[in-house]
Structures are given as C-alpha cells and as structure tokens.
Write a new protein. Sequence first.
Length: 109
Amino acid sequence: MQGHHGVYEEERKLANTFEINLSVAYNEKGLAFKKLEDTIDYESLFGIVKQKMSAPGFLLEKICQEIVRAVKKKYAFVKEINISIYKVRVPIENFQGRAGVSMRKKYQS
C-alpha cells in the first residue's frame, strides 16, 4: 500500500510502499459461520486500513493506534488486535531491509 508517512518532509512528499499486517481475535460463541455477518469482514478491515493510510502522518505508531481504534469501534466484540506496519524503503543510508512497528491491544470481556 502506498502512503505519505514519515518524520522527514521528503518522506511525506514522496509516496513510500508500506506492508500492513492486521489480525483480530474474538470469541466465536458457537457461530456456524454460514454468512458474512457471523464473522469479521476482512474487506471492511481493508477499508479501515486504506482510509487511515491515506492521511499523511509522522509516526507509524500513531497510524497503528488509529487503525486499532477504528477496528474496535466497528467491531466492539473484538478481544484482541495485532497490527504491524513496515516501511519498505527506509530513508537511512546503507540500510537494507524494511523497518516498522507492531502494536498489540487486548480487551477484557
């Protein structure tokens, strides 16, 4: 996914590629999983991520936090959310690989 995120002004001007991993957990409570309403729609989750990634930001931690909050707001029954956002092209000289952050949020019943 493309985004304009970073501490440096140049990063926010030029798009970078980001890899986002998102997982959610919930109690299935004996659901039969026969229809979409019996589960969490991953297309809906993608929409949340896409919306939050479209607004330029300084810190990936803040974007993670906003995504977590939006997922919990839409799916109040979620018990745990794990998210990682990785910047594919890191603006550090001689750096190879990707850099990013991960966040885990657990909710009590």
